[in-house]
Design a protein around this ligand. Structure first.
Ligand SMILES: [Cu+2]
Length: 363
């Protein structure tokens, strides 16, 4: 993975625009990138009802017939509170719609099995802009918060190379099943490294995170990520996204000041996640909140299948809200049958109010 720091220290905005111009955009990329550079800008005076019903128009080829920016118009938001709008903070103004793609869209299942997969996870400390006008001292794996999405097929050998480039000890603890000698609770001193080698399993979604005491301090600074372990042969085709719920404690008082899906407050409120109408969507959800005993994911206007921890391929329940304790995770699947915007947020509404509210746009 490439370190993803931009000039001002914002993380997640990968500088690969030039490379992306050299290859045709996939349908998925088209849907995502259509959110920027549109020819028709949604005016600030558009009524909320019109805005909700008109995410954009896509022709039969999947091309955007009428490019429309999906940035949220102020008029479609509830009354502003504290200058931040009704749902907490807004993302940094310089971030584009694809700024979090690297930590949101997982690498595609590649069909390989019984192979060795290597991931390089340097730990660094740096400034990161996590809401409009809000910078934090972030500690990260490979320059992004959350860290890189690790993906493997059950039974693969995973080699995770930790390189501690900071002035304090860190490490990498994997959830899931593995040799206890590779559990990652032992400190990796500053300036040194360690390679964790495990056999990927069981099938599911498993977080990884730093396990240096005090754990809450290390996690709330950004040292966490997601590991997807696919069954041999993969899961049925779907549009896949990883959403990690976590937060930032700006004044070190043991209480979150910002809550985020994938590190940046309000990002998916500004830039809805675009999915095709009627096609299967699979979310890999995990709760890496500190200082909050519980989080959840609630989807408006549609219900979904829940696969708790992703360890079974038969759904555990069908609902519109799933509650996740710290470290818990789930895979959820749904289709959005009608064009429009579908809100999502934790049902702990303080978390939505401080930045963890977002939208899906079915187009
Ligand atoms: Cu740490």
């Amino acid at each position: 993975m490439t370190a993803a720091s931009s000039d001002d220290g914002a993380v997640g905005a990968r500088d690969d625009a030039a490379a992306s111009e050299l290859r045709p955009l996939s349908r998925r990329e088209l849907l995502r990138r259509g959110a920027v550079g549109g020819a028709v800008v949604v005016g600030g005076g558009l009524l909320a009802r019109e805005w909700l019903a008109d995410p954009s128009v896509v022709d039969g080829e999947g091309h955007l017939a009428r490019q429309t920016t999906l940035t949220t118009p102020a008029a479609a938001e509830p009354a502003a509170a504290g200058g931040h709008g009704g749902y907490g903070h807004v993302p940094p103004a310089h971030l584009s719609a694809d700024a979090l793609d690297a930590v949101t869209i997982p690498p595609a299942f590649d069909g390989r099995q019984a192979v060795t997969r290597e991931f390089h996870l340097p730990v660094t400390e740096h400034r990161m802009t996590v809401a409009d006008g809000v910078e934090v001292d972030a500690w990260s794996y490979d320059g992004t918060v959350p860290g890189p999405i690790v993906r493997a097929t059950e039974g693969d050998t995973l080699r995770l190379h930790l390189d501690n480039r900071t002035r304090r000890p860190h490490n990498l603890h994997l959830h899931g099943r593995h040799d206890p000698a590779m559990d990652g609770w032992e400190p990796v001193p500053p300036g040194t490294g360690f390679t964790y080698q495990v056999v990927a399993g069981p099938v599911g979604l498993h977080p990884y995170h730093c396990h240096l005491p005090p754990l809450a301090e290390h996690i709330v600074h950004g040292l966490y990520g997601a590991m997807i372990v696919d069954p041999v042969g993969g899961r049925p085709s779907a549009h896949e996204f990883v959403l990690t719920l976590a937060g930032w404690d700006l004044d070190a008082d043991g209480r979150l000041d910002l809550a985020c899906w994938n590190g940046v407050a309000g990002f998916f409120r500004r830039f809805p996640i675009r999915v095709p109408v009627g096609e299967r969507v699979r979310l890999y959800l995990q709760n890496m909140l500190e200082y909050e005993p519980v989080g959840s994911f609630h989807l408006h206007a549609q219900t979904f299948d829940v696969y708790r921890s992703g360890t079974s391929q038969e759904p555990d329940e069908h609902t519109d809200t799933i509650t996740l304790g710290q470290g818990e995770r789930a895979i959820v699947e749904f289709e959005l049958p009608e064009p429009g915007r579908y809100m999502f947020h934790p049902h702990q509404h303080r978390l939505a109010d401080i930045g963890a509210m977002g939208w899906f746009a079915a187009v």
